[in-house]
Design a protein around this ligand. Structure first.
Ligand code: FES
Length: 894
């Protein structure tokens, strides 16, 4: 720490802190129009002048030196700062200082006694309102450069620049032309940092930033889009959300956000929101009814199903979008009110191989390290993930790490996002991950890039793995994967020689026929290197897809485990739950999601409750899913909108979204964070929590835990993993990772420092051979389709297609290489038909070099395109996670 004197008050600030930080630390506010704590200092506006040891300096760019004496309040300094601010304001038109302006500049003027008449500029430079979320008023730009630095230093998009000379300097998209056609990804960073209102969000959020947000009417919550877990602050007006701002002290996002969390809340007030329960009538029409009638119908249907086929004739698919407390209650409903373990959630479709693989390798079904650790890595191995689009805040932070010197290896078939900045980009053929990871491990082993001590003391399985790896020399791996042997060796050396490497991966590892083997083979690398559970590296970290997919599984919304991953086959685990719940817990594991659909088609499943998942759009081979729903006598759906799935339901219950409910989520690095309702759900919509209670009551069952806080408290009593968690604690501490064994114990952000959580306390190397994917291209279906996410949309698109994001990305594209376009006679922008062995979809062709020849890529954000009619029912042999990443297709232009 550094001690200095500010106007006679002593203060200690961290080493390297600026004088501006020191001045603020004693409670003195200075104008600082070109400064934002999230950015490197520029020192260009001269509004923060102070006197340090007799010299007048800009506080924002002057380091605090031990023993310095700083003056801030003398008349001359005040005059200097006033003149600097007044000079800046004088070039702006009068509206810059309008009485209702809450901009940083307007506030600075008010605090310095500068009246509105100081703004004397003529304006006339015009604006740019082409973008749905970011409007530019050039007349208010003071060329402070904060937006440009935010775009480069935090977001890493480099979309903005300053153009013009002297007084005509103004921010502009770097590409020229309108903002909407620029590289802007609408993270909102420029809006949030702009000190004058030159860059604003249109609509009721105009002028609001995380720096000037109102104290009243503000709700802090956790984002309900991807699994990053950004802390957001929601402002409301007249009962509606007016703006969503990033929390500056957000544990993961640290004042940043992305286009979804920041702006995509227009769906809340969509006229298509469901506001009353819908009940299918005898003639097939869906009619609005009251909750009592809907619940009565469901209760009768559930009783009939149980009468006809026993408790296991009923199943529920819980939601990775719902809160922990809702998931806890839903699994309890199935086990207590129905008497079945037929409960699953959509981690089945994404990261169930992570849970299985990580648990087998290390002991617990979660990532091994906190993201704070990962960010300290000097070498990042990013595999099968495109965080720049799918997890933008994490993507931005990883990119910054790379721009600041970390080495980067990307393993992904596509040349997108971080791959463009990689030291080595490995592009394996889809479905060959296991061979790729074994090839990397082979190099680590043969080049002595392993940690012998760690392997001896803390791991097991080396002899078996070494024997297997002998079959994976780089040349053979090159034949299997298509990755040049030299690239493979270079990547292994980067990872193997780094001081603190970290692995981050996504669905490109898990959504395969051998996804669990992929997770384990990837984990082998960290074990060989001794880079997990030690200071030598930052482990293996899955980027979870949905906001609470980790939490849904943590809460026991799985057919084989109770909350906290205690096996239903374990008598001690059942007995503890029975004691707490006052009801027997069935001991046979229940059905997984694909088994539920198969059982429905076979007539054994007679009632299916689907909570917040659009299985007819997002599950593979959707025609067979639709068949299953058509065959099942009772299908109940909790939904915001009349989704593809809801259209096939017998009863649809209107429910609240993440901005309308209370509880907690668990993000990708195992942090519990609070979710709080900013607004009320529309019409008669209820939270899933309330809907589960209501249905239990209709069956005459009291599930206890009447509030979300009580539900988490009960879960904490049930499982040692979460014993220290409560709403009260999270309200105080914002984020607590699991495992958290007691209220007075911190959570474990980094796992396995002393021992692994396996039965023998060791990390387990896995010696599973490479096996080919379930789908292979052939003459009839010569291309391999990979599906994934685009930056502006989310999953089935039910929220992001209802609002401004649709303007940013209005159609579903099929990306294909120019060679393939030429071969199949496809023009850019042309409608094409894509056919697989399972179905057909219609997409718009987009020709580019992001995909390799022989591969095509599309998202699944537009259900009408029918992308998941193409995907197969091949699934991970261990967890039943679908093989979304490998589908053989052909493309035809009409
Ligand atoms: Fe210090 Fe601009 S804030 S010079």
């Amino acid at each position: 720490m550094t001690g200095i004197d500010i106007d006679g008050t002593s203060v200690e600030v961290p080493e390297g802190a600026s004088l501006l930080s020191a001045v603020r630390a004693v409670g003195i506010e200075l104008p600082s129009l070109c400064h934002d704590d999230r950015l490197s200092p520029a020192g260009s506006c001269r509004t923060c002048l102070v006197r340090a040891d007799g010299r007048i300096v800009a506080a924002c760019v002057t380091p605090a030196v031990a023993g310095a004496c700083v003056e801030t309040g003398t008349d001359d300094l005040q005059l200097l700062r006033r003149d600097a601010v007044e000079l800046i304001a004088s070039a702006l038109p009068p509206r810059a200082l309008a009485a209702d302006s809450g901009s940083e500049l307007a506030q600075a003027c008010r605090s310095l006694g500068i009246g509105p008449c100081a703004a004397q500029g003529n304006g006339g430079r015009g604006g740019d309102e082409s973008h749905p979320y970011v409007h530019l008023d050039r007349d208010l730009c003071i060329a402070c450069g904060r937006c440009v630095r935010m775009c480069s230093e935090v977001q890493g998009t480099f979309a903005l620049t300053l153009t013009g000379r002297g007084a005509d300097t103004v921010v502009a998209p770097g590409t020229g032309g309108p903002w909407a056609e620029s590289d802007c990804v609408a993270c909102g960073g420029c809006v949030d940092t702009c000190p004058t209102g030159a860059i604003t969000e249109p609509g009721p959020g105009r002028g609001l930033t995380s720096g000037n947000r109102p104290a009243a009417g503000l709700t802090r919550t956790t984002c309900g889009y991807c699994g990053v877990g950004c802390s957001l602050e929601v402002t409301t007006r007249n009962g509606e959300v007016s703006a969503v701002l990033p929390s500056r002290d957000g544990p993961v996002n640290q004042g940043h956000a992305c286009v979804k969390g920041r702006f995509a809340h227009g769906y809340l007030t969509s006229p298509e929101r469901l506001t009353r329960p819908l009940l299918r009538q005898r003639d097939g029409r869906m009619e609005p009814v009251g909750w009592d009638e809907a619940l009565d119908h469901i209760a009768r249907g559930l009783r009939a199903a149980v009468d006809a086929g026993g408790p296991d004739a009923v199943a529920a698919i819980s939601s990775a979008r719902a809160t922990n407390e809702e998931n806890y209650l839903i699994q309890k409903f199935m086990r207590v009110a129905i008497g079945s373990n037929n409960i699953d959630n959509c981690s089945r479709l994404c990261h169930s191989p992570s849970a299985a693989g990580l648990a087998a390798s290390f002991g617990l079904p979660g990532g091994t390290d906190s993201f704070d650790n990962v960010e300290r890595a000097d070498c990042l191995l990013v595999v099968g993930a495109n965080p720049v689009e799918a997890h933008p805040v994490v993507g931005a932070r990883l990119l910054q790490r790379v721009l600041h010197g970390a080495r980067l290896v990307v393993a992904d078939p596509r040349a997108v996002g971080l791959a463009l900045h990689a030291d080595v980009h490995l592009r394996p053929r889809p479905g060959t991950n296991v061979a790729l990871f074994h090839g990397l491990a082979h190099v680590l082993l043969t080049e002595g890039l392993t940690d012998g001590n760690f392997l001896r003391e803390r791991a097991t399985g080396l002899p078996e793995l070494a024997e297997l790896l002998a079959d994976y020399p780089p040349d053979r791996v090159a034949d299997i994967t298509g990755v040049p042997a030299t690239d493979l060796i270079a990547a292994a050396r980067l990872y193997g020689r780094a001081e603190h490497p970290a692995i981050v991966y996504g669905l490109g590892v898990t959504e395969h026929l051998h996804g669990t083997d992929g997770v384990r083979a990837l984990s082998n690398l960290a074990i060989l290197r001794g880079a997990v559970g030690t200071d030598l590296g930052y482990g293996v970290n899955p980027l979870r897809g949905q906001n609470n997919v980790q939490g849904a599984s943590d809460m026991g919304a799985l057919p084989d485990v109770l909350p906290g991953y205690r096996k239903v086959t374990d008598p001690a685990a059942r007995s503890r739950a029975e004691e707490l719940w006052g009801a027997p817990v069935p001991q046979q594991p229940g059905m997984r999601i694909p088994e539920m659909f198969a059982a429905a088609r076979g007539g054994e499943l007679r009632a299916l409750w689907i909570v917040g998942e659009d299985v007819c759009a997002t599950d593979p081979d959707t025609q067979r899913v639709t068949q299953a729903l058509a065959t099942c006598p009772l299908v109940v759906c909790n939904e915001l909108f009349l989704s593809e799935t809801a259209r096939h339901a017998d009863v649809v219950l209107p429910v609240a979204s993440w901005l309308e409910k209370d509880g907690t989520f668990v993000n990708f690095d195992r942090r519990f964070q609070r979710v709080r309702a900013a607004v009320s759900p529309p019409g008669e919509a209820r939270t899933d929590f309330a809907a589960v209670h209501a249905l239990a009551s209709a069956l005459g069952v009291d599930l206890g835990c009447p509030t979300p806080a009580a539900a988490l408290a009960e879960c904490a009593r049930l499982t040692p993993l979460f014993a220290g968690l409560s709403h009260d604690r999270l309200d105080r501490e914002n984020a607590v990772p699991w495992p958290c064994p007691g209220p007075d114990r911190p959570g474990e952000a980094t796992l396995y420092r002393r021992r692994f959580a396996t039965a023998d306390g060791r990390a387990h190397l896995a010696a599973a051979p490479y096996l080919p994917p379930g789908e292979q291209p052939d003459e009839a279906y010569p291309l391999v389709l990979v599906t994934g996410r685009r930056w502006a949309h989310y999953n089935s698109g039910s929220m992001t297609r209802r609002g401004g994001n649709l303007g940013l990305d209005p159609a579903d594209h099929l990306d294909l290489h120019p060679d393939d376009a030429a071969r199949y006679g496809v023009r850019d922008g042309q409608q094409v038909t894509v056919e697989s062995r399972h179905g057909r979809a219609r997409l718009v062709a987009r020709i580019g070099r992001e995909t390799a020849p022989g591969q095509v890529f599309c998202s699944f954000h537009f259900p009408a395109s029918g992308v998941n009619r193409l995907t197969s029912d091949h699934a991970d042999t261990v967890t039943s996670c679908p093989e979304y990443k490998v589908t053989a297709v052909r493309v035809a232009a009409p």
